[in-house]
Design a protein around this ligand. Sequence first.
Ligand code: GLN
Length: 313
Amino acid sequence: STGGLPARLGETVAAAHRRYAGLDEGVVADYIPILAEADPAHFGLVVAQVDGAVHRAGDAGVAFSIQSISKAFVFALVCEAIGHEAVHEIVGVNNTGLPFNSVMAIELNGGSPMNPMVNAGAIATTALVPAATPAEQWELVRTGLSRFAGRELALDGEVYRSEVLTNQRNQAIGRLLQSYGRLDADPLAVVDVYTKQCALSVTAEDLAVMGATLADGGVNPVTGERVVSAEVCRDTLALLASCGMYERSGEWLFEIGLPAKSGVAGGIVAVAPGKGAVGAYSPRLDPAGNSVRGQRACAYLSRALGLNLFAST
Ligand code: GLN
């Protein structure tokens, strides 16, 4: 089945792409120096359905670093491995209302990493990846995210090196969590794995397939492989709804009505449970760090395809 999506979906994806391709609002992230070199004209938009159909528009195959979008999928893998109660208790599930790399959010909440979709919670989540060494943790993360994408994902070494040189804030977050007894691992080693996971190279098409795997109850609709359980998908999507778009998560849910996750390289994945997912890439960001064209295109597709989870008609 098409999961209840209209038959002429490809035309709608192309129309969304055309409509926002000329939109030049927002600025490319530069706090990680290499990200500033991204071509602001790039715009890829892809919808992947739970029946395995994929609809592409624009720069669907252009590679960029996954950044914070990795948080959603690492959370899912950790939940699958150790159960959602443990992650709930150790990391938390409430929105911070503050920027993704906020130290104050930790301080205001007694040392809690708050939720897996901000840096502190993502670092705490990565620390829970069950492996004997950081190198093995990284391999589990890389191969796990590759199964979501349905192809072998690789590190973008240039992004990784650029981020390593400018990663003092995340290292401080790791140390702060350790000082509160919230990190049962070497903070710098965990932050290094986290930095690598953010530097995984993906395309808009990868994001769409990864999201469609969450939409499909954990089975990758292109490869047919089960990656995580349906329960883990449910838990991950709940977190994306409340925390996936940082401090703009409320506005996003109000406008678009879909669980989603963004990253500072300009990627967005938005998931329509039981139907499919949108993968978008465009590097110009709003002040919260969310791709401007990506957000507009997702809003358009949500309206045009009737994806808003809260709409009864
Ligand atoms: N690697 C980036 C960081 O830790 C990810 C942030 C993001 O995409 N919002 O700062």
